[in-house]
Ligand binder design. Structure first.
Ligand SMILES: Cc1ncc(COP(=O)(O)O)c(C=O)c1O
Length: 345
């Protein structure tokens, strides 16, 4: 059977052989008592990588953002966030239901928030209004095509938040993609935020897991919220072992994913009926549009799946393809050939 070229997300469908081996050999204990040596090692390593005092292993990016946000805020506080941010667009239910936190969305443009609009959205100390509890940034920005924010862009928003003593949380699900694309140490992007969540299970290729990092006191409080939402995982070292491989062996190779994404974007831009500006593709996410007249996004996905290539509809006539470990140049050429075929029929 031909290989399925799965570009639906950067979560790979199989762990790398080195991860399997590390999981098999992982020394474990009960993490709820802080006694899993492999989880402890991962938490130290992750904190060190992003330049924070401490970190916490969580099962997913969604759990990581939820725990991060509720740890910063008190019930009823308002969270300023981009209207296209993952933590708003897909996850607002968690913070609303479990945190009692209203969100204040502002327009996202190329992954950014406008610092002036953030300042205008921060509430005055007034009994008529909620307190502003948090500002959230996202880097790279999923719904806006994987764009990588620079430290200067991030700092322009962080400075405003600081002026009003509002903490900043970074949804850095793909922060290592941003660092690799910008040619920076990831700490340049995480240094000035109060907390960062990043995923081990996306471009870093681990089977499960994300990390939340911040100062010691914050992570201690976050640990309590993680337990509340069922995140005390006992012998989690089995999973953390793969996370350690992800952080030590899988960061630099993401440059290959970015090259593959660029190759895909260039190829798509040559196909009649598709709309994409390859210059906007900076990392591993390729968002493109099927022009009208032409198949709907759902028809495109279904037709392409029959050819063994999987992408997802991404709102309206847009589609998303994501490159990752296991996707080689050859796969991109095959995917492009399949897309050419379905667009020609
Ligand atoms: C930017 C961003 N944040 C958070 C998440 C949530 O991560 P998870 O799927 O591990 O819950 C995603 C998932 O795609 C994401 O793209």
């Amino acid at each position: 059977m031909n290989k399925i070229i799965d570009l639906r997300s950067d979560t790979v469908t199989q762990p790398t052989p080195a991860m399997r081996e590390a999981m098999y050999r992982a020394e474990v204990g009960d993490d709820v008592f802080g006694e899993d040596p492999t989880v402890n090692r991962l938490e130290e390593l992750a904190a060190e990588k992003v330049g924070k005092e401490a970190s916490l292993f969580v099962v997913s990016g969604t759990m990581g953002n939820l725990v991060s946000i509720v740890t910063h805020c008190q019930r009823g506080d308002e969270v300023i966030i981009g209207d296209q941010a993952h933590a708003f667009y897909y996850e607002v239910g968690g913070s609303a239901v479990l945190g009692g936190l209203p969100f204040h969305p502002l327009p996202n443009r190329d992954g950014m928030l406008d610092p002036g609009e953030v300042e205008a959205a921060i509430r005055a100390d007034n009994i008529h209004m909620p307190r502003t509890g948090l500002v959230c940034l996202e880097n790279t920005h999923n719904r806006q095509g994987g764009v990588a924010l620079t430290p200067a862009q991030m700092d322009s928003v962080i400075r405003v938040a600081r002026r009003y003593n509002v903490p900043v949380h970074l949804d850095g699900a793909r922060i290592f993609n941003a660092a690799v694309a910008l040619g920076l140490d990831v700490r340049e992007l995480t240094r000035n935020v109060d907390s960062v969540m990043f995923c081990l299970s996306k471009g870093l290729s681990a089977p499960v897991g994300s990390m939340v990092a911040g100062d010691k006191d914050y992570i201690q409080r976050a640990r309590k919220y993680r337990k509340m939402v069922g995140g005390g995982l006992r012998q989690a070292g089995i999973l953390a072992a793969a996370g350690i491989v992800a952080l030590t062996e899988m960061v630099d190779r993401m440059a290959e994913d970015h090259e593959a994404a660029q190759l895909l974007a260039q190829g798509l831009s040559q196909i009649k009926g598709l709309i994409i500006d390859p210059q906007k593709v900076q990392t591993n996410i390729v968002v493109f549009e099927v022009g009208s007249p032409g198949p709907s996004a759902q028809e495109f996905v279904a037709n392409l799946a029959k050819e063994g290539v999987r992408v997802i509809p991404f709102g309206g006539r847009r589609l998303r393809a994501v490159t990752h470990y296991g996707i080689e140049k050859q796969d991109i050429f095959m995917a492009l050939a399949a897309i050419r075929r379905i667009m020609a029929t």
